[in-house]
Design a protein around this ligand. Structure first.
Ligand SMILES: NC(=O)c1ccc[n+]([C@@H]2O[C@H](COP(=O)([O-])OP(=O)(O)OC[C@H]3O[C@@H](n4cnc5c(N)ncnc54)[C@H](O)[C@@H]3O)[C@@H](O)[C@H]2O)c1
Ligand SMILES: [Fe+2]
Length: 378
């Protein structure tokens, strides 16, 4: 590639405990008065949101809370959050949580500012009216949503739509690894593998692969690979938690500019039809898509194998990934998560709708190929 753009967030603060100073940080950096925190009820119940609201009040701000985000957020959730932010007169939006909360926060920041409706901004570069200041605080180390320009919305029973626009890049991402300490092992594993997939797919992306994303993807895979097993086994090992959180952000920066491909394309139908979490869906199809891609992308996979010290071939990278999946105890087969063999043709048909992602895959995937990959994963 001879000409490319690289976009990312303008500021990243990496500091253990930074969320406890959120009020002072927002006041100093943005001069806001009425921030709205967007999160999910799970985090409220875990007692993680109370201290954040307290930190905002302590700085004499007038915060408001929207805690209705659900995994794979729907349009209804987005519109409800927009209504709440407008009623509050919010002047800054904070996304606090996993990819679901951060994605909703992006859309609320856009829809509160301009005159556009949600339906107007789906697709690529459709945002025209600016947005409210936006700060992202991830509590999972996975999606990289804190540094991506994409938000994913569930629009029907099993369909998702994306909004992709530079306007969705936050003003500030705060990486406070203490927030990820309580992440249970199975969520740590699934979200961590999601981040590893971002790095691998960015590194082998067909059209927009570029040297800046390559560097970020390599460093991401190194950090994630070195820390995922410890983070799953010793949840309060802060060094491992920091490595995962920064690794996931680097992978996010990489794939935001060199997009994900076949693994994500085949993972999405699993989430859509069977409500399998995003990271686990990726983990289930990962080795099988990589084996399929090997004739074309084998050289790049071998480079990554060497990087992580797994060997010098694509097979070595795949073995390394399978060993990690084993070690962190994640489900390995589609049959383990309630998918029957009869469902596979429907999944293959559905995967073909992910052309946005399939075009980035190093090797073309036909519907027949997709079926064979699902069969191998079953
Ligand atoms: N914008 C992007 O670039 C991008 C990329 C990939 C995926 N996504 C989207 O992100 C979503 C998935 O995000 P996710 O995997 O981060 O999960 P999530 O945001 O849906 O959260 C999953 C669960 O983890 C819990 N949780 C989060 N942090 C926790 C913590 N520290 N301790 C204990 N529990 C915690 C939440 O309460 C929730 O129940 C999907 O909607 C997907 O479509 C977005
Ligand atoms: Fe992902």
């Amino acid at each position: 590639m001879i000409a490319y753009n690289f976009n990312s967030v303008s500021s990243i603060l990496v500091e253990d405990g930074a969320a406890r100073n959120l009020g002072a940080t927002l006041k100093a950096r943005f001069g806001c008065q009425k921030p709205m925190v967007i999160t999910d009820m799970g985090l409220v119940r875990l007692g993680m949101v109370g201290p954040i609201m307290h930190a905002l009040e302590e700085a004499e701000l007038h915060p408001s809370l929207y805690d209705g985000v659900e995994a794979d957020p729907s349009e209804k959730v987005v519109l409800e959050a927009v209504k709440a932010a407008k009623a509050h007169g919010s002047d800054l939006i904070v996304g606090f949580g996993g990819g679901s909360s951060m994605d909703v926060a992006k859309l609320v920041a856009i829809l509160c500012k301009g005159a556009q409706a949600l339906g107007d901004i789906y697709g690529l570069d459709q945002v025209s009216g600016g947005r409210l200041p936006l700060v992202q605080v991830p509590t999972t180390a996975g999606t990289g949503s804190e540094v991506t320009q994409i938000a994913i919305v569930t629009t029907g029973e099993s369909t998702k739509m994306g909004v992709s626009d530079k306007a969705l890049l936050a003003d500030l991402a705060i990486l406070d690894a203490t927030l990820t300490k309580g992440l249970p092992p199975h969520i740590t594993a699934a979200t961590g593998i999601d981040a590893m997939v971002h790095a691998i797919e960015a590194y082998t992306s067909k059209i927009k692969k570029n040297p800046i994303s390559d560097g970020l993807a390599r460093q991401a895979l190194l950090m994630l690979g070195a820390n995922i097993e410890v983070a799953c086994k010793e949840g309060d090992n802060m060094e491992a938690r920091r490595g995962m959180l920064v690794g996931a952000t680097l992978a996010g920066q990489a794939f935001a500019n060199s997009p994900v491909a076949g693994v994500h394309a085949l993972a999405y139908p699993l989430g859509g039809h069977f409500h399998i979490p995003h990271g686990l869906s990726n983990a289930l199809v990962l080795p099988h898509v990589l084996r399929f891609n090997e004739p074309v992308a084998g050289g790049l996979y071998a480079e990554l194998a060497e990087l992580v010290g797994a060997g010098d071939s694509a097979a070595a990278l795949i073995n390394w990934l399978e060993r990690i999946a084993d070690d962190v105890g994640i489900e390995k087969r589609l049959r383990d998560v309630g998918i029957s063999h009869n469902d596979l043709p429907m999944l293959a048909e559905d995967a073909m709708k992910q052309q946005r992602l399939l075009v980035n895959n190093p090797r073309e995937i036909t519907q027949d190929d997709a079926l064979k990959i699902y069969e191998a994963a079953w």
